[in-house]
Structure formats: structure tokens, C-alpha cells
Design a protein around this ligand. Sequence first.
Ligand code: GN1
Ligand code: MG
Length: 361
Amino acid sequence: MGLNPQIKDSQLQQILSSYDLTGNVRHTLLTSGHIHYSYKLEIDGSNYLLQQLNTEVFPDTQSIFENVIQVQNKLEAALKDDYPYRWFLTKRQHPFIDLQDGTRWRLMHFIDQSVTHPTCTSNLIAQEAGRILGQMHKHTYNIATETLHDIIPHFHDMSIRIQQLEDAVKNNSVNRLNEIVDHLYFVMEQKDQWLDLNQDIRNGNILKHATHNDPKLENILFDLNGKAICLIDLDTVMAGCYLFDLGDLLRSCCTPYPEDDPNASIDAFNINYFEEIVKAYASETKPLLHESEWTSLVHSGLYMTFIMGVRFLTDYINGDIYYQVAHEKQNLHRHLNQINLYKQMQEEITKIESIVTSSFI
Ligand code: GN1
Ligand code: MG
């Protein structure tokens, strides 16, 4: 999707009427998220989250809804009023509305008195982030994976992501190849170890569960006292390995730098945050995880940091056709940022191993 979204009055009117909402409406564009466009709607004192859905990335909204509602129901049953996440239905009981201009919209509860953290700035944030992910896994553990739709097939499949990178290189559609050859070599030199782990996942040697698949720090809401409230952006809920989720949280939360900061800072990897996240996560999930699962978590941060590095580089070579970008180097910067973090995690692998082991034994 390109930049520039401005909801039109005519769109807003149609949406409001399909949800039976009336009153004075104010809307503000929210800036987080690389995929959909999100607005805060204020209607006579009540707040809603309205999203224009990216139907190229997520064509099957009904399936997303059916996955999300399973997770929402489990968390609501376990946490009662402490779980505020709600996806609203239209007055005709549909989970979304298609307008004649081809746009698709959905309405969610806007969780007041909440913030997201673009980067981690304290041990408490790291701890709370680990706890809330562990809590989600704990309460959704019994969802049968066969009942979940595969929203984006092969989402964290390394071999497919490498294939997509190779295709992008072959096409070189916007002539960016020359400037990235060194980065490409690094990826190609590293990939085999991750293809091995990927094969293990494909063979079913690591169990599958209901997973979020995109629980980066920015997808966690916190209250104003620093307590994590819940995970948001549940579109990628489907069957996956817990290593995908913990890894995505680690790559986004054990660094003080934003995802698109291109400077190869030497202190990009904060092992204290890493330890806080893993310990808090384990305190929720330890009784549930099999040994083959928790041992796989040792490599979760590296796996997910690497795969995001691969995806950002692919999109850069393709001319930024997938992720929203604010400037032409942003995907390259995201790639460099992830690879720098990845290298620093690699240097600390012995400590990482002992943190994970001591948290789960
Ligand atoms: C995208 O939707 P958003 O911005 O939370 C992407 C994730 C990446 C993330 C990187 C469907 O997530 O896989 O980890 O950007 N989601 C999709 O910030 O591709
Ligand atoms: Mg998303």
C-alpha cells in the first residue's frame, strides 16, 4: 500500500451506518503498523479503532476473524474484564464491510489509557512483554491447530523466504542489486543453518500451536503504569511454533533501537532485556512446553531476526512493494538493522543458551 491515506467523508458515512453508529465523529490517522491503515474514531465520548484492511496481503478477512475469535474467546474466558480486545460485527453480523469503491473496513474496540512502545527502554517493559506473550500461549494452548485457517501460508518458512529473495535478485526489477551485493552475500553465507532448523519445523519435530506470528513489541498495549494489557494486531494468528512468537518479541524488544535505525551500533543487543523477556515468558509457559520446544527457543531470536532481515532485503530489491515505506532507503535500513542485531546475538549465543536453559529447567 502506498502512503497518503485520508478517509473520505462518504466512506465514513457508509461505515458508520453499517455499524449503526451516530453522533459527532472525529477521526485521527494512527501511524503504527506496516500493513493496514488505522484510525481512531471518537463518537460522543466513545472511542473505536477503524481499520482499512490491506486485502492484497490479507485477502480472506472471514478466516482471520474465525481465528481471532477463537483466541479472543479463550483469553476472555480466562481473564474476564482484564481482557479488553474486541472485534465488532456490523448490524448484519458481518466482521467487516466492503464499500463500493473496493475498500474493506473493520471496527474494533479502542483500548483507552494505553500506549505502545516503539522501542524497549526498561527491564520492566521487557518483563511485561515476555509475560503477556506467555500468558497468551498459556490460555490458547488448547486450541486445536486443525481448526485454524492458514492465513499466510509459509509465513515464517525460511526456505520460501530465501526463494523469494532469490527471485527478487533474478528479476532485479528496480536495479538495486549493485548496491546490496555485500549484504546479499552475508545472507547467503548464513542461510544454511536456518534452513536446517526450518526443515525440522517442516518435519513436525517442533510442535505447532495457535500463535500470534507478529508479536513485535509495538503490537503489545501497555497501561499507563507500565503493565502489559494485551497483544494486538491478531491478523496473523494461525498455527505456528512458539519459537516464531518468542523470536519476534526478542528481535523487537531486546534492542533499544527502532527497527529502521541503520547505524550498526555496537550495543544493539541488550542481553538484560533478553533475559527479562525469556524469564517472564517461561514463568507462564514452563509447565506446558516439551523439551524439544523450549530448547528450540535458544535459536528463536536469531531465526526471526534473520528472517526479517531477509524479508526487508527482498522488498528493497523488489522496489518496496510489500512494506509501507516513508523513504526509499527504509527497507534497506530495516535490513541492516536486523542483520546488525543478528550478528550481536550470535556473539552472545553461549549466554543465550544458558539463560534459556536456566529459565526452563
Ligand atoms: C509487518 O503489520 P505489522 O506492521 O505489525 C509484518 C510482520 C513483520 C513486521 C515488521 C503480515 O507487521 O511479519 O514482522 O511488519 N506483517 C506481515 O515490523 O507481513
Ligand atoms: Mg500486522
